[in-house]
Design a protein around this ligand. Structure first.
Ligand code: ZN
Length: 445
């Protein structure tokens, strides 16, 4: 009598298990190969966008990929109309070879980017190089008390995207001029993989307000019929800086967003935003700087954004608004100056912890808090001279071994909020490159 357990098809169970194991391993291998392939495409495309007309050999040198890999990917990208290759040869021959400048196709594919804030939306169309096409557009949202209405917000984004589409068609004099996709960014804990908003203190979405996990990507996809990406604002802003801004040549940097009441951050590793397991990596705003301090919008106390932003400064200075606090501090009012110094010190402490942990080459600041210095209108500071200097002092004091090297702090003013939507749209370009958007079958609108 046989003692070998046999499965339904008469195959010994042990053999079936071995076969299943092989299949799984083969599946894992295919998935890993696909991932590596996507990463190569991204690195190559990223290089083409950042370097003006590189040759194939420049791309190979910058990315460290083999010449044949680069040539193969370039060929596929050209077939998909993502890039063009312009022969450099002076004899005008059309021979496409090693001496062709590679450029991203500009006037064919378009993407929309939208920044979501409690008070309104800013939208922008960009081309495949991330270059703005036309002007950004604003849509004000009616003030609400308490949590933002989900349907109202989705309708607002849809209306803005419709407006952007019409403006694109008028600008290109092309009734088709289709959008490949929509990128949306907002502050808070966003699960970029599922496109769900886990927690947004600005919109008051999250468990704390009994609105857990808003499936924003799914809702916007249904409303706009566009491939949609939803991500954190600091991730989008960092992506904009990495593609078109101060971080063009930086693989490792820290993007810090300081707004009127929020602080966000995103670490870029190897040129990519690091999101963490669930999308909340880099939540500098909710690192505790003053245990038991002021209540934070997240429900905790003493978080960086609760003690280092406008409301904390105004309250501590006993002023009616930030402008009054700044004027009084400039007039050497001791209470007002202390309010700025304490707040700046709190941000510096939080930042020092992050700098110690990730050791970035550059720290780039943006957001409403970036303003001209009182003593030198050409110089940018966060909130005020007192605040900024206190922040720098605390970073120096609390970063282990030594503070960041001189010149590693950069401030960017983005009063019109261009960079947010631009970065958000760029996130969709990443999906186009990764093959998640079929460039041949753009959704008809
Ligand atoms: Zn918090």
């Amino acid at each position: 009598m046989s003692t070998v357990p046999v499965g339904d098809q008469g195959i010994p169970v042990e053999v079936m298990l071995r076969q299943a194991g092989l299949r799984r391993r083969r599946g894992e291998l295919v998935a890993l190969q696909l991932q590596a392939q996507q990463r190569n495409w991204e690195r190559i495309f990223d290089t083409i966008v950042r370097v003006d007309g590189p040759l194939a050999k420049d791309i190979a040198e910058i990315t460290g990929l083999g010449g044949s890999t680069v040539t193969g990917v370039l060929q596929r990208m050209e077939e998909k109309n993502l890039i063009t290759r312009e022969p450099v040869a002076s004899d005008g021959s059309k021979r496409v070879g090693r001496s062709a400048r590679v450029r991203v196709v500009a006037g064919r594919h378009y993407l929309a980017g939208v920044e979501i804030r409690r008070d309104g939306l800013t939208g922008l169309i960009v081309d495949l190089r991330g270059e703005p096409v036309g002007e950004p557009r604003e849509l004000a949202l009616a003030p609400v008390r308490g949590p933002m209405d989900v349907d109202l917000l989705v309708d607002g984004v849809r209306d803005l995207v419709d407006e952007l589409t019409l403006s694109l068609r008028a600008l290109r004099d092309d009734a088709q001029a289709p959008l490949l996709g929509l990128g949306v960014e907002l502050g808070g804990h966003i699960d970029g993989r599922s496109g769900e908003v886990v927690c947004s203190p600005d919109l008051q979405w999250g468990e704390h307000w009994a609105i857990p996990r808003v499936p924003l990507r799914r809702l916007l996809r249904a409303a706009t019929r566009l491939h949609t990406v939803v991500d954190n604002d600091a991730n989008a802003l960092g992506t904009a800086q990495r593609w078109f801004g101060a971080a063009r040549n930086e693989d490792s940097f820290l993007m810090v967003l300081v707004t009127r009441d929020g602080v966000g951050a995103c670490e870029f590793r190897d040129g990519q935003p690091h999101r963490g397991a669930t999308g909340k990596a880099g939540e500098l705003g909710h690192v505790v700087a003053v245990p038991g301090g002021e209540p934070c919008r997240c429900g905790n106390r003493g978080c960086v954004e609760a003690v280092a932003t406008m409301s904390a400064i105004v309250k501590a200075a006993d002023a009616k608004d930030l402008a009054e606090a700044r004027t009084r501090a400039a007039d050497r009012d001791a209470g007002a100056r202390k309010a700025f110094v304490d707040a700046g010190t709190a941000l510096g402490r939080g930042l020092a912890s992050m700098i110690t942990c990730i050791d970035p080459a550059k720290i780039i600041f943006t957001g409403d808090a970036v303003t001209a210095s009182e003593s030198d209108a050409q110089r940018l500071v966060l909130y005020s001279d007192d605040y900024h200097e206190a922040m720098l002092r605390a970073v120096d004091e609390y970063t282990v071994f030594s503070g960041p090297p001189p010149g590693s702090f950069l401030l960017i003013q983005d009063r019109e909020h261009w960079n947010g939507p631009r970065g958000a749209a760029t996130m969709v370009i990443r999906d186009v490159i990764a093959g998640a958007v079929d460039v041949g079958a753009t959704a008809e609108r």
